[in-house]
Design a protein around this ligand. Structure first.
Ligand code: HEC
Length: 109
């Protein structure tokens, strides 16, 4: 009994401190459908080698890449304008969405 009350107390404490700005995966999916799916695929498993597969990638890696395209630290003529229109929340959301998709692995050779 005591252990379960402690668990409830800890769970409530965690819920109380959960960040208000946690990524919104559904909003990320909506943004991906509008802009990114044409090249990277709706589920992030692009079928053309020109477009990187994003499914299952670390969300912080994806978000950093997008911020770097925005700042010009990473230069690419195709991705710079794609990233330019994203807000900070959009970046967190699309990164969380693509990171949550199962990657489809293919034979390399
Ligand atoms: C017109 C095609 C196109 C569209 C649309 C597009 N991308 Fe890209 N994306 C690319 C290409 C090409 C690259 C590789 C660029 C490079 O080499 O830096 C890339 C690279 C990336 C990378 C870096 C991947 C890595 O492995 O480092 C991320 C993250 C990314 N795109 C996210 C997005 C998101 C999110 C959207 C929608 C907002 C989007 N892209 C829309 C073509 C596109």
């Amino acid at each position: 009994m005591r252990a379960s009350s402690v668990f409830v107390a800890v769970a409530l404490a965690c819920a109380a401190v959960a960040p208000a700005s946690a990524a919104d995966i559904a909003a990320g999916k909506a943004k991906v459908q509008q802009i990114c799916a044409a090249c990277h695929g709706l589920e992030g498993n692009s079928t053309t080698p020109d477009y990187p597969r994003l499914a299952g990638q670390h969300p912080d890696y994806l978000a950093k890449a997008l911020r770097d395209y925005q700042s010009g630290k990473r230069k690419n003529a195709i991705m710079a304008p794609m990233a330019a229109g994203l807000t900070a929340a959009d970046i967190d959301n699309v990164a969380a969405y693509y990171a949550a998709q199962p990657p489809v692995l293919v034979d390399k050779y």
